[in-house]
Ligand binder design. Structure first.
Ligand code: UDP
Ligand code: ZN
Ligand code: FE
Length: 338
């Protein structure tokens, strides 16, 4: 994989990645202006940080296709590119967050990074519809971003994710994902890390997952977790307990990429429409010695025309009620057309 690094006119970093091809001709970089400010406030009852990024209110919202910021000549001032990673123009976390105000609870500048990962220069497409070659490149890009972001002294947790579909609040439809690099370890991940330090939960579960299989590739499994919280929730994990994709071999990277594509395709096939979802990568926090990397995908639809809404019990106390049995979800996903 080849990598090029640039600084945009407003100081934000831009990285281009390809297997081999040079990026297209350099265009004018139209973005100017000050970096957005953001800060953290401590929630004294939940014992966790909340991120405040007021300028995100003004972020680009469903722009017309001809002014898509992720098409060539927008955020990426090149006529053509394969995969681009750019610092978010409206970052929740950044290298220059500005000063935090002094509310009556602890506060701090929101140091870290928010990056956008643009999967392709083509406006239309999706994880499922990228070429196999491009998805395989994307896995190398994620691994490279993990390595680079974990090098930063202020970063404690790196989180690649993808919001897909209007139903989950996507503001731009060009195929893309995001990466947040936090200056702390989110509580949900600290819990997972503490569990993995005591018990190899996924490895213990592995031999009993047969009824939950959705698809597989050598060394990788896609399955509905027997304890799924969302309808048609799917996890993808390597059989070996990698801390994160940065330690995948070439063969493992390819197998992971191919399986990710197949799962995305099966989710689209389930109700014969593009499945809106949130895809979350759970890798080890900085310096953790045990973890078992896995991807969690939370679909937004529970049927072709009904959404799963998080409400009283989920939002109010964090307890999920599920109307779809994971073993049934697995069966339907196995049947969903490839
Ligand atoms: N964005 C950007 N540059 C732009 C326009 C938007 O970096 O010129 C960012 C924007 O802040 C947003 C992301 O691109 O975070 C698009 O993300 P998505 O649609 O997945 O969801 P959002 O983060 O808006 O909820
Ligand atoms: Zn576009
Ligand atoms: Fe997890």
């Amino acid at each position: 994989m080849r990598e090029w690094a640039f600084s945009k006119a407003d100081g934000r970093k831009l990285y281009l990645y390809s297997w081999d091809k040079e990026p297209g001709p350099l265009l004018e970089d139209s973005y100017r202006g000050q970096p957005a400010q953001a800060h953290l406030r401590w929630h004294p009852l939940q014992q966790e940080w909340v991120i405040y990024a007021p300028q995100r209110q003004g972020r680009t919202y469903h722009p017309p296709r001809q002014s898509c910021p992720f098409c060539p000549g927008g955020e990426v001032p090149f006529g053509d590119f394969e995969i681009a990673v750019v610092e978010n123009r409206y970052p929740a976390l950044s290298s220059r967050p500005g000063l935090a105000p002094q509310p009556p609870v602890p506060s701090a500048p929101a140091y870290g990074r928010s990056e956008v990962v643009i999967y392709t220069a083509n406006h239309n497409g999706s994880l499922a519809r990228l070429s196999q070659e491009r998805r395989r490149l994307l896995v190398r890009v994620w691994a490279a971003r993990y390595r680079a972001l974990y090098e930063l002294p202020e970063v404690r947790y790196v989180f690649p994710f993808e919001n897909r579909g209007e139903e989950v609040g996507v503001t731009l439809f060009h195929p893309h994902g995001q990466i947040y690099a936090y200056p702390f370890v989110p509580a949900s991940i600290a819990t997972e890390a503490a569990v993995f330090a005591k018990q190899a939960v996924l490895q213990d579960l592995w031999p009993r997952l047969d009824p939950y299989h959705v698809a597989q590739r050598p060394g990788f499994l896609a399955f509905t977790p027997p304890f799924a919280r969302f309808p048609y929730e799917v996890w993808i994990a390597p059989e070996q307990p990698h801390l994160g994709p940065w330690s995948f071999s070439e063969a493992e990277s390819d197998a992971f990429a191919d399986l990710l594509g197949e799962v995305a395709l099966r989710l689209d096939g389930l109700f014969s429409r593009e499945m809106p979802y949130v895809m979350a990568f759970h890798a080890a926090p900085k310096d953790a010695e045990s973890f078992h990397f896995h991807v969690e995908i939370y679909p937004k639809l529970r049927s072709r025309d009904k959404q799963k809404h998080l409400a009283g019990t989920e939002v109010g106390v964090g307890i999920f009620t599920a109307a779809v049995l994971p073993e049934e979800a697995a069966r339907l996903l196995r049947e969903a057309g490839r």
